[in-house]
Write a protein that binds this ligand. Structure first.
Ligand SMILES: Cc1cc2nc3c(=O)[nH]c(=O)nc-3n(C[C@H](O)[C@H](O)[C@H](O)COP(=O)(O)OP(=O)(O)OC[C@H]3O[C@@H](n4cnc5c(N)ncnc54)[C@H](O)[C@@H]3O)c2cc1C
Ligand code: FES
Length: 275
C-alpha cells in the first residue's frame, strides 16, 4: 500500500474498476471503487476522471466507510456526466490527482452550507473535523426527491456533534426556502467560528457576503470549466486565479475582491457568460 502511494504519479491516469453503485436520487448516483490514494484526499481536493471513449471530467471525491475505497457522486447532466452516471459494476474509469488545496478547518462551532453534489467535499470536511467541532450542516435541494446523504451524515461514524438541516425550495421536506434564507436566520440568532460552502455559485456568493458582513471566517470551494486540472490550459480562471491550481478553496475576504466570483464564468469555448 505505502509502495503504491509513493510510486503513483498523480498526473498519470490510474485505472479503477467500479465495485458498487448507489442510487442517491433519480438523477444522482455514487460510484465506489478501490483507490487508497483518492480515499484519503483532503476536503476540497478533486480528481480528473477519464470516462473511456467519452471525456475527462473534474469530480470531488466522495468518502467511504472503508479507508481504501473511494467514490464519485455524479449528477447526470450532459453527455459526459450521463456516461459516468451510467457506468455499471465491473466497468473501468481512469483517475488523475488529487489536485487542488483544501479547507482550513477551524476549532469550535462551524457551519456548512451545501447544495446538490456540492455536499461531497463538505461531507469529507465533516470526516476530517476535529473532536472539538460542533457542526451544523445546511443541505439545500429543490424538492424532497433530491435530498441525499442525510442518513449518512446523521450516522455517528462521521461526527458526534452534528446537526443536519435539510432545506427544500418547495418546502416538501425540512425547512422551506433557499439555504441562504435559513443561513440568514441562523446568523441572527447564533455565532459561528467558521463557515464553509460548496454548491451553486449564487448560493456561495450570498453565503460569503453574509459571513463577511458578520466578520465570520468563510471559505468557498469553487467550480469552473476544467480541462487540464493542473494549471496549464487556463480554462478554469476566475479573474486572475486558476481554480484547479489556486483553489478550489478560496477565503471569503479574498473572493469579495474578485469581480468574476458570483457574476461571470467561462463556457467550454472560453467565452465569458453571466452566471
Ligand atoms: C472541482 C470540481 C468538482 C466537481 N465535482 C462534481 C461532483 O462531485 N459531482 C458532479 O456531478 N459534478 C461535479 N462537478 C461538475 C462536473 O464536472 C460537471 O457538471 C460535469 O462535468 C457536467 O458535464 P457534462 O459534460 O455532462 O455536462 P454539459 O451539459 O456538457 O455541461 C453542463 C455544465 O457542466 C459544467 N461542466 C461541463 N464540463 C465541465 C468541465 N470539464 N469542468 C467543469 N465543469 C464542467 C458547466 O457548467 C456546463 O455548463 C465538479 C466540477 C469541478 C470543477
Ligand atoms: S483546468 Fe487547465 S488551468 Fe485549470
Amino acid at each position: 500500500m505505502r509502495w503504491l502511494e509513493e510510486q503513483r504519479d498523480p498526473n498519470h491516469p490510474y485505472i479503477c474498476t467500479i465495485e458498487r453503485v448507489v442510487d442517491e436520487t433519480p438523477t444522482v448516483r455514487t460510484l465506489y471503487f478501490h483507490d487508497p490514494v483518492l480515499a484519503n484526499v483532503l476536503p476540497g481536493q478533486f480528481a480528473m476522471v477519464w470516462i473511456p471513449g467519452v471525456n475527462e471530467l473534474p469530480m470531488s471525491v466522495m468518502i467511504s466507510e472503508n479507508n481504501e475505497k473511494s467514490g464519485f457522486t455524479v449528477r447526470k447532466r450532459g453527455e459526459s456526466s450521463t456516461a459516468l452516471y451510467n457506468l455499471q459494476v465491473g466497468q473501468q474509469i481512469g483517475v488523475r490527482g488529487p489536485y487542488g488545496n483544501s479547507f482550513d478547518i477551524k476549532d469550535g462551532k462551524i457551519l456548512l452550507i451545501g447544495g446538490g453534489t456540492g455536499l461531497v467535499p463538505l461531507i469529507r470536511l465533516i470526516k476530517f473535523s476535529k473532536a472539538t467541532n460542533k457542526i451544523t450542516l445546511l443541505m439545500g435541494s429543490q424538492t424532497k426527491e433530491e435530498v441525499f446523504f442525510e442518513d449518512m451524515v446523521k450516522n455517528s461514524w462521521l461526527c458526534n456533534d452534528l446537526n443536519c438541516i435539510p432545506v427544500t425550495e418547495d418546502g416538501s421536506y425540512g425547512e422551506k426556502g433557499y439555504v441562504t434564507d435559513v443561513l440568514e436566520k441562523l446568523l441572527e440568532e447564533n455565532t459561528y467560528d467558521a463557515i464553509y460552502t460548496c454548491g451553486p455559485e449564487l448560493m456561495m456568493y450570498k453565503t460569503v457576503k453574509l459571513a463577511n458582513e458578520k466578520g465570520i471566517f468563510v471559505q468557498a470551494s469553487l467550480e469552473r470549466m476544467m480541462k487540464c486540472g493542473v494549471g496549464i490550459c487556463g480554462s478554469c480562471c476566475v479573474s486572475q486565479d486558476l481554480v484547479c491550481r489556486d483553489g478550489t478553496v478560496f477565503d471569503g475576504q479574498y473572493l469579495a475582491k474578485n469581480s468574476e466570483f458570483g457574476h461571470l464564468q467561462r463556457t467550454k469555448s472560453g467565452i465569458l457568460e453571466k452566471i
